[in-house]
Design a protein. Sequence first.
Length: 327
Amino acid sequence: MRKISLNCKWLCILMAVAGTAFTFQSCNVDDLNPFEGTEENFVIKNKNYGSLKVNEKYADCAATYEIANNPYGISSIIFTAIGTYYMEYSYGDYGKSYSDTSAYFDVEFEGNKVSVPINAGLKKSTKGYKSETSGTYTYKDGKYILTGDKYTLEGNQLTVTENGQTRTYTAAKVTESNKDALTQRLCHTWNVSKVLLKLYNDGNLIFTYRLSDEEMDEYIVDDIYFAPLSSKGSGAFVRHKSGEENGIGSWWWNSQKDQTLFYEFSRLSSTDPTPVIGSNDLTVYFSDNRLYMTERPTIDMDETVEWNGKEIKLEAMWLYQMDVKGN
């Protein structure tokens, strides 16, 4: 992993720029470039999201099904609008939290190694009670056909064909809530294209670091999928990395006015969507076919470093730039 160090001269210049950037305001999403300036650039006062244009071959087929009484351990199957499915397994521990939900990313700042927790975009955070698999599906004549033809789903029935034997299990489609404009805009598959780490002291931006391609591959997921909300108020939150185990949790709105949402690494049952204490929060912003997402680490950094002749405490923010995926 690369190590970055800024000398005092450039940090002072950066702080001066940050000082002016904190006064910046915009009412036009098209004027925003969240990867320059400070957190204040993310403040969107209106609901003008630009125009989202995406071709999703299976837009009418996107759904979540819960599977009952399945000895294979399949608890749910999530179908996206672009023909991807995510299958979730549970072996008697459905609803429990993952045993590993975060990792640390290290950067060097003025000769100090700063370890920053990384959560939402982290690829390796799904150890513990559950495992998931994914692939592609086709949909024809009311039937979902998963890659390899082992699994098919039609109506309220999942059929598993293996070793010349066929078994059927009950599949219940999760009832979705009415989709408002903001939820419709979010519920797509998003490809993570850039990630920035920003360090602050007392609200002042003092350091910005963009993850390299190698670091993106080591730490960050390829895609994030927000499934539509169920009638109980939560939806699946899926983090996918090619060749890795997927992370399937839940998300729900905290404040649509502020465009903030909560997510859990563990899955919330549609019949018992009670959030787990200590939920993580994200803020989302839209500009045409792009989603910007910010997250402050949920773990207290407790980092004190020497800078410009004095001890300072750092706060961190992760910034994700994501592009909508289509067919």
